[in-house]
Each structure stands twice: as C-alpha cells, then as structure tokens.
Design a protein around this ligand. Structure first.
Ligand SMILES: [Fe+2]
Length: 182
C-alpha cells in the first residue's frame, strides 16, 4: 500500500484511507487494484516480452477501461525498468528533475516499487509517494513532480495517456528543491 513522506517534517502517512485523503487534498488521484490478479510469475518479472506485456494489460483490462472511461484516457502501455534496462542510470538521471506535463501522469504499479516526488500545496511542500504493486496514481497536469525507482530498482507499471504528446516533460526550475537535496 502506498505511503507518504512529507519532506519538510519527515511525517509519514500510512494506511489506505489516510493516504487517499491526503492525496485527495493535494488533488492527486489514488486508487488500488488487486495485485494478486496477476500471475505469480509476472508479479516478479521485470524483463518482459511483448506477449507478457499484453498478458498484464489483459489481466487488468476491466480496471484500465474503467479508469480510462472516468478520466478520459485514450491509450495505454506497459513500462518495465530494472538493472537489465540499458542505460538505467542515465534514464534515472533524466527522470530525476522536477517537471510538469500538460496532461495527467498516470501509473498503475503491477510489480516492484517506485516513488513519486510531488510539489504539494505551500503548507505541505514536497512530499514522496512510495508505491508498490496494486497502487494507482494520477498526478494532475501542471503539478510539478518527478518519478524514480526505490532501492530495489525494479518496477512494472501500466501508463495511461490522453495523448502521448501531452506527456512531454517541461522542466520546472525550483531552486528551493535543489537546495533541499544538497
Ligand atoms: Fe512526469
């Protein structure tokens, strides 16, 4: 289940209801899919053939279509990252910059773990959302954020888009964030 860490205060928020309520206040959608719907093999596999990707999409077909219909997403795919991904370190470096998009960034984690760092309202500041299999998140358009892996460096997620072009990253220069990381 997702967990929140508020960077300024180190406060942690746990438990589905509390996490959902916090994220709702921050205008971030949080939902949950049953991670054990997926075969045990695919719950632990991070290098996937096209056939296996299709199998994941077929497993969650109902959930994907329901979310897509409610939120206007028109296309979806699977992303898999692990140490087997060529140039993973370079990719992560590229990911780890605060940016915005002109449409929602939607991820449904089906295996592994990942973390969104999101700029919250002024009273909250930046917060981390640690995600594991079953967690579904939608970061709204224009909300500064970035995504990265956790220590295990393994994740598989369904991505949903309104238009793939809308998902281009626009850098969000925030000196305050950079200094906080130093
Ligand atoms: Fe993004």
């Amino acid at each position: 289940m997702a967990e929140i860490r508020i960077r300024n205060t180190e406060e942690r928020i746990q438990g589905e209801e509390a996490v959902r309520a916090f994220l709702e206040q921050q205008e971030v959608l949080y939902e949950h899919w049953n991670p054990s719907k997926l075969s045990e093999e695919l719950q632990q596999k991070f290098v996937l053939s096209d056939e296996e990707k299709q199998q994941i999409l077929a497993t969650y077909d109902e959930e994907i279509k329901d979310l897509a219909e409610r939120r206007g997403y028109k296309t979806w795919d699977i992303i898999a990252l692990s140490d087997a991904t060529p140039n993973l370190d370079e990719l992560l470096k590229k990911f780890e910059n605060v940016h915005t998009h002109t449409e929602d960034e939607v991820r449904a984690i089906t295996a592994g773990r990942g973390i969104f760092i999101i700029k919250g309202t002024d009273d909250v500041g930046y917060f981390d959302v640690e995600l594991e299999a079953g967690d579904v998140i939608s970061v709204p358009e224009y909300k500064p954020h970035f995504f990265t892996l956790m220590d295990n460096r393994e994740i598989v997620a369904v991505r949903l888009f309104i238009e793939t072009e809308g998902w281009i990253a626009h850098p969000f220069a925030d000196e305050k964030f950079a200094s906080k990381q130093a």
